[in-house]
Write a protein that binds this ligand. Structure first.
Ligand SMILES: [Fe+2]
Ligand SMILES: [Fe+2]
Length: 236
């Protein structure tokens, strides 16, 4: 008797450090015409807990869907739209568990999206235009921070590094996930240009810096030691 097919597992072990230069990853078709994606981590097929870069061609749309365990995204390029509004590049959006929408784009867009990674108690609906928002001074000169969200020790923020900024050595309790939006981010393990996704496990440590300057999305505290679980969903 055949065992049932296993769901897709991609970089599904949060105890493993992962680095993906996303610009070199293939675009894979989604079930919706004109909607393609680069998968960063994933457990599940069309029903997945996943971190993905999704590209909507001009005039494309994705089926209406409900976010059983939430959806967090950052618009990288173009303008993402749904029946609730238009979200230009730089928009940070959180659609909490139970929310739903039917996405589309007029002129095309690319988003960085994390699906099914909310606590059920995390019900805040957030829309931030990060290109208009005020950053505040960070922990060292040259660093500025735009907090995006916090819930139960999990923090998301944008962090801007002025050229030549060096941060202190630190350890990541609950791990750290970074997407480099602009410039080049570095630590003692390498240089990460714009478009690089870095996932560093619980208790990893490093001493980061940026010589040319950079803007990064950072999420910390969410990479617990247990493996990512599979859940059902229908979304890119
Ligand atoms: Fe770090
Ligand atoms: Fe969605």
């Amino acid at each position: 008797m055949q065992s049932p097919p296993q769901p897709l597992q991609l970089r599904a072990d949060p105890t493993v450090r992962e680095i993906v230069a996303t610009g070199h990853e293939p675009w894979l078709p989604s079930p919706s015409p004109g909607v393609d994606r680069r998968m960063l981590d994933r457990v599940g097929d069309e029903v997945a807990r996943a971190t993905t870069i999704v590209r909507y061609r001009p005039g494309s749309r994705f089926d209406a869907h409900t976010h059983d365990l939430g959806e967090e995204f950052l618009v990288l390029e173009g303008t993402f739209s749904d029946e609730h509004g238009d979200y230009p590049a730089g928009s940070y959006v959180r659609n909490p568990p139970g929310s739903s929408h039917a996405p589309f784009t007029t002129d095309g867009c690319t988003i960085f999206v994390k699906l099914r990674q909310f606590e059920l108690s995390d019900v805040e609906r957030i829309r931030i235009d990060t290109r208009q928002a005020s950053f505040r001074p960070g922990q060292v000169p040259g660093l500025s921070v735009l907090p995006l969200h916090e819930h139960k020790g999990v923090h998301s923020a944008l962090v801007r590094w002025a050229p030549g900024t060096h941060f202190v050595e630190h350890r990541h309790w609950g791990g750290e996930e970074i997407y480099v939006l602009e410039g080049t981010f570095s630590d003692e393990y390498g240089d990460y240009e714009s478009g690089t996704w870095i996932r560093s496990p619980h208790l990893s440590q490093h001493t980061p810096y940026s010589e040319p300057g950079c803007l990064i999305y950072v999420k910390v505290g969410h990479l617990a030691v247990q493996p990512i679980e599979s859940h059902a969903l229908n979304a890119p």
